[in-house]
Design a protein around this ligand. Structure first.
Ligand code: SF4
Length: 329
């Protein structure tokens, strides 16, 4: 195995069964990064608490998400995969970093303002400190790099500034400024052909869906709105089905659809059937692996607990340096 380039950290909220948007936007990249980096992947349950109305599904959602990550190819013997709250050091570092973070900087963040707009009835303290907790997540594991989409750049910049501020304040190098590993994250449009794929809009396809369910969902996809009849020529450039073909179909099939759609040589029904078939072939190994893993839920929890144990070892080492730098008695 070639030596790794460094350590990457990434976290995601426990949203339960993952969908195509999660897969293409994050999980696929998580799997690929393992070849080059030591990877630390965290299910951020504490972050989820800032916007949650109920915690009823938190445990089940964490489990389902872990199951999908493993089935997709996260290798737990190489990568550290765990649940955020299983490493209590993160809350300690969060508290410490909050002392070097000006409140105004947090309340001025566009993401905070957006959350206030979305949940005016629940502007909790955790919501304000969210970016500080995120910084603690990254800094605790001394991540060299964090994979981010271009639009997430400002979040990481905040983390970098906070780390700089801590190191400057306490004249230390205990924390590492993480680098951005900008990744091209495709914006995956949902079945409605308009909005980003999301569970809340019910415009998604779950990775764990059966082939039949997947086909049924694909058949509901909105296509080129100008193509009303089978005999009308279509425009694949504005059709989400075509965007998906580019991901799941062969080069020849993509070229064929590109040509035939424009001259009404192929109908949308056949075009979608082809896409569903290719998607099902693509996710066949994933589904087999998921079914196997699901037969032994305890083994999935064991992976998460083992990951937490390894994460705590790194975290405690960092915290020893942090406490020492501050001069905590
Ligand atoms: S034929 Fe395919 S690419 Fe063309 S509009 Fe229909 S679904 Fe979209």
């Amino acid at each position: 195995m070639s030596p790794k380039k460094g350590r990457v950290f990434s976290g995601a909220r426990p949203t339960g069964r993952q969908h195509l948007g999660n897969y293409l936007g994050a999980i696929k990249n998580y799997v690929a990064l393992q070849d080059e980096y030591e990877c630390v992947y965290c299910i951020v349950d504490l972050h989820a608490l800032t916007t949650m109305e109920t915690t009823e599904d938190l445990r089940a959602n964490s489990y389902e998400m872990a199951l999908d990550w493993l089935a997709a190819g996260i290798r737990p013997d190489e990568s550290i995969m765990f649940i955020q709250s299983h490493v209590p050091q993160v809350t300690e570092l969060h508290t410490i970093l909050s002392m070097v973070t000006p409140l105004g900087k947090l309340t001025d963040l566009p993401t905070f303002k957006e959350k206030v707009r979305q949940q005016p009835h629940n502007v909790n303290y955790g919501l304000v400190g969210y970016p500080v907790l995120m910084t603690a997540d990254i800094a605790l594991y001394k991540a060299d790099a964090v994979p981010v989409g271009v639009d997430q750049g400002p979040h990481l910049e905040f983390a970098r500034e906070t780390v700089r501020s801590f190191n400057f304040h306490f004249k230390t190098n205990a924390l590492i400024e993480p680098q951005m590993k900008v990744t091209e994250v495709p914006k995956v449009i949902g079945l409605d052909g308009q909005n980003k794929m999301s569970k809340s809009l019910n415009n998604h396809i779950e990775l764990a869906a059966t082939p039949e369910e997947t086909t049924k969902r694909v058949m509901t996809m909105v296509t080129d709105p100008q193509r009303m009849r089978r005999s009308d020529p279509g425009n694949p450039d504005v059709c989400n089905v075509f965007s998906m073909h580019k991901i799941f179909s062969s080069g020849e099939e993509v070229s064929m659809v590109n040509v035939e759609c424009r001259r009404a040589g192929i109908g949308c029904v056949d075009c979608k059937k082809m896409l569903a078939r290719n998607m099902n072939t693509y996710f066949d190994p994933f589904r087999t692996r998921r079914e196997q893993l699901a037969q032994n839920p305890q083994a999935v929890w064991d992976v998460l607990h083992d990951g937490a144990r390894r994460a705590r070892a790194i975290a405690e080492k960092t915290m020893v340096e942090v406490r020492d730098a501050i001069g905590l008695p």
